[in-house]
Design a protein around this ligand. Structure first.
Ligand code: F6R
Length: 364
């Protein structure tokens, strides 16, 4: 049931505050002081490396996971696309753990990667939405994301629910590895508790995204740029746009564009820069100036501070609330979802069932 929405994708975008509050509730103690998860039973201080394997949007959640687990829990993470991992047959350390991420829990390559890791003697975690799925049955530890059924082929609420559970997992593992104390864990839960409210604020800006979408809907190619945490979000922005609008799109680490992609820059190619204020903003801005100097049409999605710095140089500036770095991936996820959704509306494409795509990819 789509409720008052035109598409399942719209419904699922708007559901995110509820979904994330539910996931946070399910992963924390009733006094909200402690993260609780079945992954606690692993001796994380003895784990030398976590391998994360997934496909598509779930892989991009894994990219965020790598950054958080390395920064917050100081745990080395190897990240790989399932279809490459399974045939590469990498050696896995005896004291390693493998986590597969899958909304459906049925993706053939991800399942094969899980089976490979198990056969190599790894402990395995399955971060899934569908808890009756094959991956949920076969993983040693099942970590449910509590997103509820996701009908739209383009993943939205499952992505942010994966991020919520991954953030909590990172702080739980940090505690188990003695990297943080109990206060830091409680503070993290407090920060993550603000996400439903902040996402409601971004959701209320839907018309701003529709206006930007109208301006990119005639493009034949769009570039998404981001640094640090915004790099995987740029990749996800490009993936969402390709999937439901059929516009060619690429995501790049902003610092990488001078190594090739800057050759694509002209006045016809919109460049969406995800640029929240923070330690990397100055770096991002200098990358963007290089693009603007070559007549690039740069649209900044940032906070008020970022838009103030760039306001009159950029082609378009869309300010969303200033947020804690831990919250930024969630807020910018909604931004790129809206951008793809409204661009699809402008182009009249089938949002919920894009051509050539299936919700669950059970073939290799
Ligand atoms: C993108 C999308 C796909 C899936 C991918 C993995 O919007 O939906 O890229 O993320 O096929 O699917 P799951 O998570 O079910 O393994």
């Amino acid at each position: 049931d789509k409720g008052q929405h035109r598409h399942f994708m719209a419904k699922e975008i708007h559901e995110q505050p509820t979904v994330l509050a539910r996931a946070l509730g399910a992963w924390t103690s009733s006094d909200r002081n402690r993260i609780t998860s079945d992954a606690e039973h692993i001796d994380w201080s003895a784990v030398s490396r976590l391998s994360i394997v997934a496909c598509g949007t779930a892989y991009l959640a894994g990219h965020v996971a790598k950054i958080w687990l390395e920064q917050i829990a100081r745990l080395p993470v190897e990240l790989e696309i399932a279809s490459e991992f399974r045939y590469r047959e990498p050696p896995l350390p005896r004291d390693g753990v493998t986590m597969v991420i899958s909304q459906s829990g049925e993706t053939a390559d991800t399942l094969a990667a899980l089976r490979y890791a198990k056969a190599q003697g790894q402990q395995t975690l399955g971060l899934v939405n569908v808890t009756t799925s094959t991956i949920a049955r076969e993983a040693d530890v099942v970590l449910p994301i509590h997103a509820g059924p996701e009908i739209g082929v383009a993943s939205t609420k499952a992505f942010t629910a994966q991020l919520m559970c991954i953030a909590l997992l990172a702080f739980m593992i940090a505690r188990k590895r003695g990297v943080i104390g109990p206060d830091a864990e409680t503070t993290a839960i407090d920060v993550l508790s603000t996400i439903p409210r902040i996402l409601s604020e971004v959701l209320a800006q839907e018309n701003d995204f529709a206006a930007l979408a109208a301006q990119i809907s005639d493009a034949t190619s769009v570039l998404f740029l981001g640094r640090g945490m915004m790099y995987p979000l740029a990749l996800e922005g490009a993936l969402k746009l390709k999937e439901i609008t059929y516009i060619h799109a690429e995501g790049y680490a902003a610092g990488e564009i001078k190594h090739g992609p800057i050759a694509l820059v002209d006045e016809h190619t919109p460049i969406i820069a995800l640029a929240p204020s923070g330690p990397l903003l100055e770096k991002s801005l200098s990358n963007l100036r290089e693009v603007i100097a070559r007549n690039g049409r740069v649209a900044i999605i940032g906070d008020a501070a970022a838009c103030q710095v760039f306001g009159n140089e950029a082609w378009h500036c869309l300010a969303i609330p200033h947020v804690d770095p831990l919250v930024a991936p969630f807020a910018y996820a909604v931004a790129i979802q809206f951008l793809a959704y409204h661009t699809a509306l402008c182009r009249g494409t089938d949002v919920d069932q894009p051509r050539n795509l299936a919700k669950s990819v059970t073939v290799e």
